[in-house]
Design a protein around this ligand. Sequence first.
Ligand SMILES: [Zn+2]
Length: 509
Amino acid sequence: MKSAFQSGLCVLALAGGLLGPHPFAQATAPPESSAPEPVSGSAADRPLDQATLARAAALRDQALAGTGAYAIVEELTTQIGPRMAGTPADARAVDWAVARFKALGYDRVWTEPVTFPVWERGVEVARVIRPYPQSFAIAALGGSVGTPEEGITAQVVAFDSYQDLLEGEREQVQGKIVYIGNRMRRARDGSGYGEAVIARGRGASRAAALGAQALLIRSIGTAAGSRTPHTGMLSYDIAFRRIPGAALSQADADLLEHMLAGGEPVEIQLHLGAGERGDYTGHNVIAQIDGREDSERFVLIGAHLDSWDLGTGALDDGAGLAITMTAGKMIADLPRQQRPRHGLRVVAWAAEEIGLHGARQYAQAHADAVDNHLIGTESDFGSGRIWRFDSNVPDAALPLMAQVHQVLAPLGIERGHNQAFGGPDIGPMRQLGMPVAGLIQDGSRYFDYHHTVNDTLDKVDAGDLDQNVAAYVAFSYLVAEHGLPGHRALATPSQAGEDEAGQPSGSGD
Ligand SMILES: [Zn+2]
């Protein structure tokens, strides 16, 4: 499915409308058929026995007592730091992930190539020319084109929201710089993001459609008064001219609005050096643990390896990597006969922020092996504690999900709905039919730091990470032990020899 707005755009994919259902809008959807149903008699639908549930609970409690997850995000942010897709740090991060997975004891570790256009930020300057000359703190939006060498100097026309811009008139906008001032709402489930981020995702093309020269937005973030701008992808509609886009910090958006309130025309000069710089081939890093009976089918978890260039990518998504790598390590550490029946795969996804390239190319490469993926989920929401468990599984698997929830409930996790999104990098496989789950984190403070220079290790709490690991390891263990009732792979014998596209082990390419 290719629309004019075709790229997935990091968390922009979460914005809703761009890639299908709006994940966070679902957060408040009423639970749908989440109540346990009577278990049918077939073997595939047999409930987990008490001993299995107890083993999962023991893994959960072991994680709560302390894991090495914090040390992993500390290592990644200290030794690699920002790892923008297509940079030398991206390649170092791939080497780091391969070595780290191996050191954690995974059975097989390999890389698969992912090719994408490289985007560079370049200079970013916004100065008010009149009536009150001074400078604004801005960040170019990912994917933005640059301005001409001499910059763009134009009057600002302001809109309160993207919806207001949709009602804008060409005479009002032609030749100007469009400013969209919507403020993101803080919410535990992150639902304010989807409402606000459309200004970033679609604002530039909508402004261009009315003849604007450039787009400025209020940063999509929740730290009121911060002078730190938030980056993130925009998406160009191929029907319109590509105009440059940048985000003002919250404080500078306030400042601009004060100037506009005076009623005099406000003229800004904008210089952006941003642009695409050819193609690069990076890598998804894939690590697998075989089941005690099955090395073919597996539970899929993971997080994205790349980050934006501004912070050190501790919350987005070093935390997710640390959580999922550590959950896998706990299963790898089990004696072979105590491992779950099926396997576990952990993917460190490439180039998520700049367009979900790793996830899209994985889905292409593994389209014939969807049935080997019992269920998938991604940790990509910082390090806040998990408070809700969502699923998106066939009805036949709902009793199993209820049993999984029993083990998660002591972690303070409630049972959510059965329309889970699964995470941005899970989307392409979900669209091919892979069942998904959502271990939903508390995102109350996530968007204070998201996509900014302040996304650094000090925002990560080791105890919170351990709670996340506890949920991931219990979830992974139980579904890998049971399989997924109703999954096509269990209805029809899986294609023997339908092996993965990956080369075994360690080729760094
Ligand atoms: Zn992310």
